[in-house]
Design a protein. Sequence first.
Length: 291
Amino acid sequence: MTAFTDLLRTDIFLMKSVLHWIVQSLLFLLLLFCAWKTWEQAHAYERETLFIIQQLEAGTRVENTGRHILEMITLGLYDGYSEKLEELQQHQQLRQAYDDSITITSIAFFSVAALILLMVWSLNRSLLDVGYAMLLVALVALAVGLSTPILSVEASKELPVLGETVFQFKSKGILSTIETLRHSGNLWLAVLLFVFSVIVPLLKTLLVGVTWWNHEHHLFKKGLDLGHHMGKWSMADVFVVAILVAYFANSGQDLTEAEVQVGLLFFASYVILSLLGTQLITRGINKKAFT
């Protein structure tokens, strides 16, 4: 009877473990879906913003003013200005819809991430496993943070007759900034930014993450130490601070308005999750070594 009870308990435990893994896998797929939708909506938001900015540039404003005068002279027989105005309003509404969608998918992403971490913790009550889960979530956040805009800067002013006129607009992400630097001839700067903002974070996370397969092997332990030390050379946290400084500096100017984009949120999340995950893994492995 005791053997049967032990076998039953073992079967129940195995079933719970399998169920946990299935649920975690489904949650991770949902996490990837939320990340992809955020990336998609962020780029759609940027496209709509660029279209609206083009309509607010000085040259287009002058053309629309001419259309407005012509429409008033013809008493509405010519409705080119009204059509352009309606088109602009439609794109503004669409941009707002994309912005709302970004907020929803971002909240969903971090909610699913928190749920994954809670499930990993509830399975074995192991901070080591939570650390590895954090690294996995951090990699997904890094992918979104690198490939979506992190900051947009707009220089505009309300002009007589023309109304609000945009003189300059820039929307930049990390990868797009690297590409711009490369095309402008600043190859060494592009390589430097690519290495310290892309390669180093990925390599550091990989070196720490591979210890999931083996905690005891000396090569994995050396990789863990190297990954821990590489964090000191990573420009990820410095880059985030620099963007924030640029944001507040530009916001103080009369003609310039800076807007933080969703890429910065995901990139900063990578920095935090990667740091916490690495600390949990390092402490967990060291604790196992002493027990």
